[in-house]
Ligand binder design. Structure first.
Ligand code: 5GP
Ligand code: ZN
Length: 198
């Protein structure tokens, strides 16, 4: 594989991410790629400089992890914008919702299910007064896919409310994200690919 040049178009960059399964390789894995030997080691899916990779793999002692599965981890947001504010992340490093493809609708559904499970387990009963969604780049501060799970929606702090306006350029609800992913058709592979064709 040739090196990506800074002059390459965003859609090419995006296709490269898709070709590699939306994963960012750790240093070891890059060496393996350079030698042409691809490994199946789990480490390949981690970015060792990413705080959410550390949390997902129990390497951050500060994080308050609430629920985990083989694929996902849910933990408390360090700076809550509502009485309940959790993040659900895949254990694999995926950079953003824009790099998701149609085959990953199931992943988004599972993230939302875990978020709702955690809310119910913590006594939230009004599931109409919750907010589930993703910040879109460039409005992200951590580049590891994470679903914001907030409740009650009606009690989101006024200080942070502008960050969680449903289906604004900044915040896409998980439901809208799933619909957009469903609408991706070839030659587009992921949402970012679609945007760069506009
Ligand atoms: P973004 O703006 O990227 O959608 O949101 C990132 C979220 O992650 C923010 O709400 C922020 O408070 C939270 N966050 C950032 N760093 C950490 C951390 O080290 N631990 C935890 N638990 N949350 C974090
Ligand atoms: Zn990560």
């Amino acid at each position: 594989m040739r090196e990506v040049q800074s002059t390459d178009s965003p859609s090419l960059l995006c296709r490269l991410y898709v070709l590699t399964g939306n994963r960012q390789h750790s240093r070891n894995a890059r060496v393996d790629m350079a030698s042409g030997k691809e490994t199946t080691d789990e480490e390949e899916f981690l970015d060792d400089g990413c705080i959410f990779c550390l949390i997902a793999n129990e390497e951050d002692k500060e994080a308050e992890v609430i629920q985990r599965s083989n694929e996902l981890v849910c933990f408390k947001d360090i700076c809550p914008a509502a009485p309940h504010h959790y993040l659900v992340v895949p254990r694999k490093h995926i950079m953003s919702c824009l790099l998701l493809n149609k085959e990953q609708i199931g992943l988004v559904e599972k993230m939302a299910e875990m978020g709702k499970d955690v809310l119910r387990a913590r006594g939230v009963t009004d599931m109409n007064d919750i907010s589930l969604g993703f910040h879109q780049p460039p409005y992200t501060s951590v580049d590891h896919l994470h679903l914001h799970v907030l409740a009650p929606k009606s009690q989101i702090s006024t200080l942070f409310a502008h960050k969680f306006i449903p289906d604004s350029p900044r915040f896409i609800t998980e439901r809208t994200l799933r619909r957009c992913l469903q609408e991706i058709t070839p030659p587009h592979n992921c949402l970012f690919d679609c945007l760069s064709f506009f």
